[in-house]
Design a protein around this ligand. Structure first.
Ligand SMILES: Nc1nc2c(c(=O)[nH]1)N[C@H]1C(S)=C(S)[C@@H](COP(=O)(O)O)O[C@H]1N2
Ligand SMILES: [Mo]
Length: 333
């Protein structure tokens, strides 16, 4: 049977999965998964006798939960575009969580945005290592469960704009990428930062189903990487980052299109030369390394003059740098 999955914006609010039902489904899937594993590996000694490795992962998950919600940094509030918006509280401008977590671009799993959340249940976000290498004095491999305890986690409200002209406004939790770069001490020769996602065909059917040059990769200039807006994100809506949004750690650069904000990072390389980027390699007609949100530069197939909010369907004019010119215009002057 062919079931046409409704696009998120076609689902009236009354029909959309309630938050509670959504989390219950996730819990059910997790429990079902653990039960299956228990039968296979520890059937003779009983289900409660988890292997040490599993116990470690459970403990890490519990410790992680205590970090959220992180303190909100009031310095970063959503850019407002109209007098009416200026009267609203930031909370009233946020995209409801169920939209941000059920309408995702994550091609390792699927090119169907509505399917990513379910398929991404396979991703195992802990334990997770991120290697930071290249033009640095102190290359280091970080364990993310460890990293989130050491870094100053904060919540920030940011607008987010995909190149496909949809947009949302969400509370991310994370820390400035600059803080991680400080730990590894970049050399003067480091001019660019390259990021790489995991590659595991057992987690994501997208690896085998497409001929894309996996793993996904993106890059920033050193100045972009050190900009105060640039975050490494580990949480969303006051909770650990859901798999479909790039668990356990992803990049966010709110003045750039969403493709720049690479998910589920395993490697960060500091380089002397500008690296190629994933989508621009797949199709040279796509925006290149340096593209920023800009209403005046259309995509080869559509205009960028306006954007559609994924929850309400509201059409809004696109702002240069997605409304963040005061922070970043100086990088391009
Ligand atoms: N590894 C990886 N990162 C990725 C993508 C992807 O397909 N794979 N898609 C990008 C695109 S095009 C967008 S719009 C955002 C979507 O992030 P969200 O699902 O959290 O909204 O992730 C970006 N990061
Ligand atoms: Mo995107």
């Amino acid at each position: 049977m062919l079931v046409r999955v409704k696009k998120a914006w076609e689902i009236p609010a009354s029909e959309a999965t309630s938050e509670a039902a959504y989390w219950n489904r996730r819990r059910f899937l997790r429990t079902a998964g653990a039960f299956g594993l228990g039968l296979l590996s520890v059937a003779p000694v009983g289900l409660r006798n988890l292997r040490g490795e599993e116990k470690g992962a459970e403990a890490a998950k519990e410790a992680e939960k205590k970090l959220y919600p992180a303190r909100r940094n009031p310095a970063y509030t959503l850019p407002r575009r109209t007098p009416a918006e200026k009267l609203l509280k930031a909370e009233d401008l946020l995209t409801p969580e169920k939209y941000a977590t059920n309408y995702n671009n994550f091609y390792e799993f699927s090119d169907r945005k509505e399917r990513v959340a379910l398929l991404a249940e396979k991703l195992e976000p802990s334990p997770w290592k991120v290697e930071v290498t290249g033009q640095v004095s102190k290359p280091k491999t970080f364990d993310v469960d460890d990293l989130v305890k050491k870094m100053p986690l904060e919540e920030r409200l940011y607008r987010f704009r995909c190149v496909e002209a949809w947009a949302m406004a969400v509370p991310w939790t994370g820390f400035p990428l600059a803080k991680l770069l400080d730990v590894v001490e970049p050399l003067g020769s480091a001019k660019y930062v390259r990021f790489v996602t995991f590659e595991n065909p057992q987690w994501g059917p997208g690896f085998a189903e497409t001929g894309y040059p996996w793993p996904y990769y993106e890059g920033l200039t050193m100045a972009e990487a050190r900009n105060e807006l640039t975050l490494l994100v580990t949480g969303l809506y006051g909770k650990p980052l859901p798999n479909q949004n790039g668990a356990p750690i992803r990049l966010i650069t709110p003045w750039k299109y969403g493709f720049k904000s690479i998910k589920s990072i395993v490697r960060i390389e500091l380089l002397q030369r500008q690296p190629p980027t994933f989508w621009n390699t797949v199709s040279p007609r796509e925006y290149d390394f340096s593209a920023n949100v800009n209403p005046a530069v259309p995509h080869p197939r559509w205009s960028q003059a306006s954007e559609r909010m994924i929850d309400t369907g509201e059409r809004r004019p696109t702002l240069p740098f997605n409304g963040y010119a005061e922070y970043v215009a100086k990088l391009y002057g």
